[in-house]
Design a protein around this ligand. Structure first.
Ligand code: ADP
Ligand code: ADP
Length: 218
């Protein structure tokens, strides 16, 4: 008998550590890590129409419109590797996306099981994102708190790391505003459903992982 698919949503402001933790959580739970930001960046590097459209919003730190974002995530979640479920990172980011996800998951025979909300105060976020270095495959490093073994190359595939254009402080400040306006209502939305678990994201990366594993019952 097929077990019900499991979907975990990482919630939190930009720079809270969603991507860092989603990667570990997905690996330990045997699920796929689905990052909407990474999907947009893949489209961008392949110069698809979706990538070009997304870029006009991403460069300003604004959200890409719901309809295209929902269609892109739906396409990803219906691929065979997501059969057992996924750790969602960066999606949903608006109440309309959360409602669309609900419909999507019920047609896939699953549901959101738990929503870890990684809480980090604003003043830490700018610092985290200014020091963030990324690999093409989406692995995340930090110049001080989580440096690569060799500067600036990926530990796993040795590819060169890069800093995101939208991680500069002016854009980050707008992304934080956008988060409060459009995404933070989801905290209440999932709290009402009894699915929200708040995690103190100011702790060391390993301690945050430990709290997360406890939250998901592992
Ligand atoms: P963060 O590091 O803040 O979590 P992401 O990589 O998730 O950043 O997102 C980068 C950008 O991609 C966002 O600022 C936004 O423009 C776009 N984006 C990512 N996910 C979504 C989404 N669910 N809805 C709309 N736009 C999104
Ligand atoms: P998000 O996906 O929420 O935008 P990331 O996982 O990309 O956040 O993390 C943002 C930056 O902060 C990265 O450079 C990452 O290495 C670093 N980071 C993540 N978690 C922690 C932590 N608990 N303590 C210190 N730095 C962290």
């Amino acid at each position: 008998m097929n077990k019900k698919a499991v979907y975990i949503i990482m919630l939190g402001p930009p720079g809270a550590g969603k991507g860092t933790q989603a990667e570990v959580l997905a690996e330990r739970m045997g699920l796929v890590h689905v990052s909407s930001g990474d999907l947009f960046r893949e489209n961008l590097s392949k110069e698809t129409e979706l990538g070009k459209l997304a870029q006009t919003f991403m460069s300003k730190g604004e959200l890409v419109p719901d309809d295209v974002t929902i269609a892109m995530v739906k396409d990803r979640l219906t691929r065979p590797d997501c059969e057992k479920g996924a750790v969602l990172d960066g999606f949903p980011r608006t109440p309309a996306q959360a409602e669309a996800l609900k419909v999507m998951l019920s047609s896939l025979g699953g549901d959101v099981t738990i929503v870890p909300f990684i809480n980090v105060p604003d003043e830490v976020l700018v610092e985290r994102l200014s020091g963030r270095w990324m690999s093409k495959s989406g692995r995340v490093y930090h110049a001080i708190t989580n440096p690569p073994l060799e500067k600036w190359f990926d530990d796993v595939d040795d590819s060169p790391l890069y800093q995101r254009e939208d991680d500069k402080p002016e854009t980050v400040r707008n992304r934080i505003q956008v988060y409060y306006k459009q995404t933070s209502p989801l905290i209440e939305y999932y709290k009402e459903q009894g699915k929200l678990i708040e995690i103190d994201g100011t702790q060391d990366i390993d301690k945050v992982t430990e709290d997360l594993m406890k939250a998901v019952g592992k």
